[in-house]
Write a protein that binds this ligand. Sequence first.
Ligand SMILES: [Zn+2]
Ligand SMILES: [Zn+2]
Length: 114
Amino acid sequence: MTVPKRPCLDCGTLTTNRSRCDTHQAAWQARQNQRRGSATQRGYGSQWARTASQAVQDHRAEYGDWCPGWGVLPHHATDLTGDHIVAKANGGSDNPDNVAVLCRACNSRKHAQP
Ligand SMILES: [Zn+2]
Ligand SMILES: [Zn+2]
């Protein structure tokens, strides 16, 4: 059984590989891996999600299901979320010291403020 040969997309050498000769196949694979790696490292959003959920965990460990309140008195709440104290749009960072833990209702009240 013979395998049809195709020209390598990078150098034109006939190869039995799907799209590239052995040399360029390896180089192409390395580029793909690199691209995937940097996309994961860039994962800006997921980094913040981790920071925020860590802040909620810490808050729960210390205060329990308790919302510090935003425009209202502190109150019991089980739907706590982490949010930026200074919004990203206003130059706020994704650092743990820029996380406010509030319940969802307080969070949306905070966002509703001018
Ligand atoms: Zn090649
Ligand atoms: Zn609240």
